[in-house]
Design a protein around this ligand. Structure first.
Ligand code: ATP
Ligand code: MG
Length: 415
């Protein structure tokens, strides 16, 4: 073959690989085509691709062509033996002394299949080696710079596919996690609504009868104390049931145009004393001129109070709560960030904090965040948290600027 034939040959292989890359989401399909075409172009006996399994740190065969089944059935090999590129800067390892090369795990089997030479090309993603392509040759042969360049380019394409598919896998996993969470919340909501309705009536009966009875017992009677406890505990149950009803989204928000900074001011004025007593400083960085928004003021205030109170509880004493509001005109939303430098939330708790009845506090109902989540979802918003154990947490609420409420924004062409 003259050099233009070689070039055409390599170009054809390259084009086929690229075409497959763009038409499939199957890593195996791209790799299998790649090893076959590359082997044919290089007149090799075969080739295989091994990828690193992050958990076992072993290299597993993910695609192969031309090699005998008994050779391929040898299973995964340790990565420290094969990934020997280190810092020597060379991109391809050419192995000629097969029987004595330390990076050849099954040298005798390869020799028995007529292999006399191997080429190892690393696969690296984000400058980390994640596998290798090995090409098997049946005679000792010289490879030109063009040949080596071709192999490196093919390996780079493989690495691109691996990276793209890994990103897709991550996104899919995140999406599944979110979908599972939404499903969990909605079935919990349905269950909570059922329980709350069932319990609400008997509770009202207990309250009615105990308040009638207490009026009839003589002053200082030992019955008085017991009845007072019954009434206050029943009242407590009613508060929890109210929370459950809100969590189950039974209560539709009564939305009206309002300003988020004003709601924040109101929530803070209620909590100022509490923070003052515990030496908690509140830093405010509120964006001026935020648009008016369609919100249920009472419900949003309830959410803010709960998050601010949680922040205060996490700090206990001597700390800072930072509050920030910002408008994202492009996304037509306003974000409220409430950060604290309190105890933070550990990884295990993080998955549960929005679950009803999850609380780490001796007197917490564990409904605060579950209710807040329901309220924010009912406003077509989003609530999320970032936290570092021992350092603090930051809750972010995104609320949409709904068209009806954003007259000012409409004038500016933002809604
Ligand atoms: N800012 C925060 N820092 C650390 N942990 C937090 C923070 N906010 C919430 N948590 C954790 O999430 C749990 C659930 O919070 P949630 O508001 O739902 O219930 P609660 O505060 O325990 O009880 P309630 O709100 O009914 O009084 C808390 O018990 C706490 O462990
Ligand atoms: Mg709370």
């Amino acid at each position: 073959m003259d050099s233009s034939d070689i070039f055409k040959n390599y170009f054809g292989v390259f084009r086929d690989i690229i075409r497959t890359m763009h038409t499939t989401n199957s890593l195996e399909e791209v790799l299998n085509l790649g090893v076959k075409k590359t082997s044919e172009a290089l007149r090799a006996k075969g080739a295989l691709v091994r990828l690193l399994n992050e958990t076992t740190q072993q290299l597993e065969v993910r695609a192969a062509w031309g090699m005998d089944k008994c050779y391929l059935s040898k299973g995964p090999v340790s990565s420290d033996k094969l990934l020997k590129w280190g810092n020597d800067g060379r991109k391809i390892h050419i192995i000629t002394d097969i029987l004595n090369a330390s990076q050849v795990a099954y040298s005798q089997q390869a020799w028995d299949q007529g292999i006399r030479m191997m080429l190892d090309i690393p696969l690296s993603v984000s400058s980390k080696i994640v596998g290798l392509v090995r090409i098997y040759i049946t005679e000792l042969r010289h490879f030109s710079e063009d040949d080596l360049d071709f192999m490196i380019t093919v390996a780079e394409q493989f690495a691109c596919v691996i990276e793209r598919l890994r990103l897709m896998e991550n996104q899919k996993a995140q999406y599944n996690h979110l979908a599972l969470h939404m499903e969990k919340m909605s079935s919990l909501g349905r269950m909570a609504a059922g329980i709350a309705h069932e319990i609400n009536n008997p509770l009202a009966g207990i309250l009615l009868y105990s308040s009638n009875l207490i009026k009839k017992v003589p002053l200082q009677s030992p019955l008085e104390e017991g009845l007072t406890i019954i009434m206050s505990e029943t009242q407590r149950c009613k508060v929890i049931i109210q929370g459950l009803l809100e969590f189950s989204r039974d209560k539709e928000p009564q939305k009206a145009p309002t300003h988020i900074n004003d709601i924040l001011d109101k929530a803070l004025s209620i909590l100022n004393n509490e923070f003052f007593i515990h030496h908690i400083r509140v830093d405010e960085d509120l964006e001026a001129d935020l648009p008016s928004m369609l919100l249920d003021e009472n419900q949003i205030e309830q959410v803010l109070i709960n998050i601010l109170l949680n922040a205060g509880h996490a700090i206990e004493k001597d700390g800072i709560i930072s509050i920030k509001t910002r408008m994202d005109a492009a996304a037509a939303k306003v974000s409220i960030e409430i950060a604290d430098n309190g105890c933070g939330i550990n990884g295990e708790e993080m998955d549960k904090i929005f679950d009803p009845f999850f609380s780490t506090k001796p007197n917490g109902t564990g409904l605060g965040l579950a209710v807040s989540y329901g309220i924010i979802r009912n406003h077509q918003g989003d609530i999320r948290v970032e936290s570092h154990s021992g350092k603090g947490s930051c809750f972010t609420i995104d609320l949409p600027i709904l068209p009806e409420a954003s007259g000012k924004e409409r004038e500016r062409g933002l809604a």
